[in-house]
Design a protein around this ligand. Structure first.
Ligand code: NAP
Ligand code: GDP
Length: 328
């Protein structure tokens, strides 16, 4: 049977990781390419998915039977705080266009990507799949969070009205090769890797934003890629699945900074800029549903994954996404 799997946002951190896994796992294996599958990875240059006509054109061109929908306006804490309306509007438009075009063009299955950022700020921990709508999200990212929550609402509405097989994945903070290593707009790990790299190279201070006390759960993009491939093949239910390491594997931002210092080989001191925001203090999520369904999964240890990511960044410094390159 021939399946065409269209990955929107296929040129970003998660999309490139799925491409890597599909191309490197043994063909026919659980996470490898199956006979008859064609995988298409698209980025914004292939069509601006905020525009319905461009979305339709892309779908008409590739006629996907399956869609992994990753395309989104994405950014770390500081970018989310600056552009709340843009995060809300762009992501609503992208998601609505992708879901409705998938429906119109009869895609058999769509997996969209949410985030543990979408959960309520004030909620009983650990987060689980039943708690998405049970309170307001943290104010730092309410634009992004509300847009992403709507995807879950839409998935249920498509199922009830049309019987569509639309679902969503909820990853925790992701990192790995091909990330956005911008110094200001990126997530914490790529941002700090870039800052630490420059501090070592130029003998300049390495400054970590905030107090270093907030806790995060991180998943390596190559592990996440396998979990998306598993969902595509083996999970058919509208309810989302949290894709995460265990809830006991939270890491503080200070521990992240320490691990980056080791991986980069930076031997200076570093400081915290406590005038900058900490964002949400923690958002521990349970992976119980995932582990029950997948039957066990080997996550890459955090420090190993971080070392691989630093190696990738150093080897690809000239081409890595960094926004505007500093003139150092
Ligand atoms: P990313 O590296 O910024 O990649 C985003 C992708 O979306 C890129 O391929 C980008 O295209 C595409 N895109 C953005 N705007 C678009 C538009 N208007 N039309 C078409 N394509 C557009 O982000 P990521 O980290 O891989 O995120 C992938 C998914 O995971 C997102 O849905 C995000 O919300 C979710 N997520 C990410 C994290 C995280 O920590 N990174 C955590 C939880 C969930 P170009 O490459 O051409 O720019
Ligand atoms: P969040 O999980 O959505 O808040 O996303 P981030 O990946 O942006 O992580 C934010 C946490 O890391 C906050 O506690 C920040 O104060 C802290 N942090 C420290 N340095 C940086 C940095 O250079 N960039 C970002 N984005 N966050 C940083």
């Amino acid at each position: 049977m021939s399946n065409v799997i269209l990955v929107t946002g296929g040129r970003g951190l998660v999309g490139k990781a799925i491409e890597h896994i599909i191309n490197t796992e043994p063909e026919g294996s659980r996470f490898g390419k199956k006979p008859g599958e064609t995988w298409i990875f698209i980025g914004s240059a292939d069509g601006d998915l905020r525009d319905v006509e461009q979305a339709k054109k892309v779908f008409e061109k590739y006629k996907p039977t399956h869609v992994i929908h990753l395309a989104a306006l994405v950014g770390g804490l500081f970018k989310n705080m600056k552009y709340k309306l843009t995060f809300l509007r762009d992501n609503i438009l992208i998601n609505d266009n992708v879901l409705h075009t998938s429906y119109e063009q009869k895609a058999q299955k769509v997996i969209s990507c949410l985030s543990t950022c979408v959960f309520p700020d004030k909620v009983e921990y650990p987060l689980d799949e039943t708690k998405i709508h049970s309170g307001l999200p943290h104010e730092s990212n309410f634009g992004y969070a509300h847009a992403k929550r709507l995807v879950d609402v839409q998935n249920h509405a498509y199922k009830e009205q049309y019987g569509s097989n639309f679902t969503s994945a909820i990853p925790t903070n992701v990192f790995g090769p091909y990330d956005n290593f911008d110094l200001e707009d990126s997530h914490v790990i790529p941002g700090l890797i870039h800052k630490c790299y420059l501090a070592k190279k130029n003998g300049t201070p390495f400054v970590v934003s905030g107090t270093g006390k907030p806790l995060r759960q991180f998943i390596y993009s190559y592990d996440l890629a396998k979990l998306f491939i598993w969902m595509l093949r083996e999970y058919d239910d509208v309810e989302p699945v949290i894709l995460s390491v265990g809830e006991n594997e939270e890491v503080s931002i200070k521990e992240v900074a320490d691990a980056i210092v080791r991986a980069v080989g930076f031997d200076g001191n570093y400081t915290f800029d406590t005038a900058r925001a900490d964002g949400q203090f923690r958002k521990p999520a349970s992976n119980e549903k995932l582990l029950k369904l997948i039957g066990g999964f080997q996550f890459t240890p955090f420090e190993l994954a971080l070392t691989e990511t630093v190696k990738w960044f150093v080897a690809n410094y000239e081409n890595a996404r960094t926004g505007k390159k500093p003139s150092a």
